[in-house]
Design a protein around this ligand. Structure first.
Ligand SMILES: [Zn+2]
Length: 144
C-alpha cells in the first residue's frame, strides 16, 4: 500500500485518454454582493479574476467520480492514475514537501490542495485551500 512507484501510472495511456481538463466555470462563480449587480469596476475585476482562474484550472484534470463519470467533488472521487478513492485526509491523498502539494499514496499521481490564482503581474486574486485536484496528464512528464 505504500508503494509510490511512477511505474504504476501509465502516463502515455492517460495522456491519450482525452481526459477533460477542469473548467474554472465548473469550480467557481463570482457575484457582486449588492442586488443591483456589479458596477463597471467590479465587472472588470470579476472578468480579470475569471480569466486568471480559467488559465489556472486548465492545469488540472476534471475529477472522476466513482461511477466513472467526470464531475465535481460530491461523493467519492477516484484517482485518475490508479482508480483508488481519493478522499483527502482519510483516503489515499498524502501531503508532500511542497506546501499544498501532495500525491496519491497508492500510485504517486501528483495533486494540489492549495490554490493561489494570480494575475500576470503576480497579484493574488483568489485563493482556495483544501480543494483536492489532480494535475491533467498533459501537464506531467515521465520522471527517469
Ligand atoms: Zn492513484
Amino acid at each position: 500500500m505504500n508503494q509510490r512507484t511512477k511505474d504504476k501510472i501509465d502516463l502515455v495511456a492517460l495522456q491519450e485518454s482525452g481526459h477533460p481538463r477542469l473548467s474554472a466555470d465548473a469550480v467557481l462563480s463570482i457575484n457582486a454582493k449588492d442586488a443591483e449587480g456589479p458596477n463597471e469596476e467590479e465587472q472588470e475585476e470579476i472578468a480579470r479574476t475569471m480569466e486568471a482562474a480559467r488559465k489556472y484550472f486548465r492545469m488540472f484534470a476534471e475529477p472522476m467520480k466513482k461511477d466513472g463519470a467526470t464531475g465535481m467533488m460530491i461523493g467519492g472521487v477516484l484517482c485518475i492514475g490508479c482508480g483508488e478513492v481519493l478522499n483527502g485526509f482519510m483516503g489515499t491523498f498524502q501531503y508532500g514537501i511542497v506546501h499544498g502539494e501532495g500525491t496519491c499514496s497508492n500510485c504517486g499521481y501528483p495533486c494540489r490542495t492549495h490554490h493561489y490564482i494570480k494575475d500576470e503581474d503576480g497579484e493574488e486574486l483568489l485563493s482556495l485551500t483544501g480543494y483536492l485536484l489532480q494535475y491533467h496528464p498533459d501537464e506531467l512528464k515521465e520522471t527517469a
